[in-house]
Design a binder for this molecule. Structure first.
Ligand code: NDP
Length: 298
């Protein structure tokens, strides 16, 4: 057994299970590749729309294409300059929506501020909406109808499933109420079959630490660096970090990883936890989108 300086073997054995999003992403990419190959390598295409030159967005899109290729999917990257007009952005998305050779469309967020994001998203057919962000996709999610679910919340669910974290009858607190992460995640966690009791917290929630301490699963999706610490964690709780903050120390999450080391039962690293899972679930959604459009995949 290796000993970490400053810890006794007993303390070391209390370290939480680290839920490795990179490893699970690689496994899911491999499984998607196998399903595509077993179906005779049908043409399945993911198109991304990147408007402007935002550095992190360029990196995210590059990674999405890299892993799409590994999964045996075709991918297209459509770019537009930051100063494009609303009608140019809408024309591009409408052309992809009408193109039968494109199965999934992802409009990389955020769009430059002069563009109307909702008007652009409204052009996505729900069956091609691999980010699951349109009103129709979110409506299907709420109604429990087949459809495409936002990738980051789906990635959280896949991590819980893969690492055998019990959800039925458990209390999950999600810190953050956005339509991108917090709200769809609460719906997914409280669905039949997953059966958690989900509480959504936000910036106006009273006694946040106490609320989180009552939870079996805490998901940080606020973007506030290190705001979830030992006061928010009951012994053995599962902590999932979605938040991303770029600091002088590099990328950090909402969870103070070091502070909860001897308390949490399982934890995701940041980076290397939910981020890779977002990509894996984008590819899973692309396969689902292709199936919704009639491509035969078992
Ligand atoms: P938003 O800014 O839309 O939402 C943040 C939420 O956090 C809001 O509901 C806000 O409450 C809440 N919040 C902010 N401060 C506090 C606080 N002090 N206490 C409690 N709640 C608080 O962000 P997103 O949902 O789009 O993203 C959340 C984070 O996840 C970001 O850091 C983002 O970068 C990251 N992210 C990570 C992904 C991944 O793959 N890991 C993918 C997508 C996003 P209120 O509504 O009251 O303002």
């Amino acid at each position: 057994m290796t000993t970490v300086p400053g810890t006794s073997p007993q303390q070391e054995s209390q370290k939480p299970l680290v839920m490795d999003g990179n490893a699970l992403r690689d496994l899911i990419v491999e499984q998607i590749g196998a399903r595509v190959a077993a179906a005779g390598n049908p043409h399945i295409c993911l198109a991304t729309v990147l408007i402007g030159e935002d550095g992190p967005s360029q990196t995210y899109v590059r990674n999405k294409h890299k892993f799409a290729a590994k999964a045996g999917l075709v991918s297209r990257n459509e770019t537009m300059p930051a100063n494009c007009t609303q009608s140019e952005a809408e024309a591009l998305v409408a052309s992809l929506a009408a193109d039968p050779s494109v199965h999934g469309i992802l409009v990389q967020q955020p769009l430059p501020s002069h563009l109307n994001n909702d008007a652009v998203l409204a052009l996505l057919p729900a069956d091609k909406d691999v980010d699951g962000l349109t009103a129709e996709s979110l409506g299907r999610l709420v109604r429990g109808e087949p459809g495409l679910v936002p990738c980051t919340p789906l990635g959280v669910l896949r991590l819980l499933e893969h690492y055998g974290i019990a959800t039925a009858g458990k209390h999950a607190v999600i810190v953050g109420r956005s339509t991108l992460v917090g709200t769809p995640l609460a719906i997914l966690l409280s669905r039949k079959g997953v059966d958690a009791t989900a509480t959504i917290a936000h910036s106006r929630t009273s006694n946040l630490a106490e609320l989180c301490r009552s939870a079996d699963i805490v998901i940080g999706a606020s973007g506030q660096a290190g705001m979830i610490g030992k006061d928010h964690c009951k012994p053995g709780a599962t902590l999932i970090d979605v938040g991303i903050s770029r600091t002088e120390k590099g990328i950090v999450g909402d969870i103070d990883f070091e502070a909860v080391q001897n308390i949490a039962g399982a934890i995701t690293p940041m980076p290397g936890g939910t981020g890779p899972m977002t990509i894996a679930c984008l590819l899973e959604n692309t396969l689902t989108a292709a199936a919704l459009q009639g491509v035969k995949i078992s």
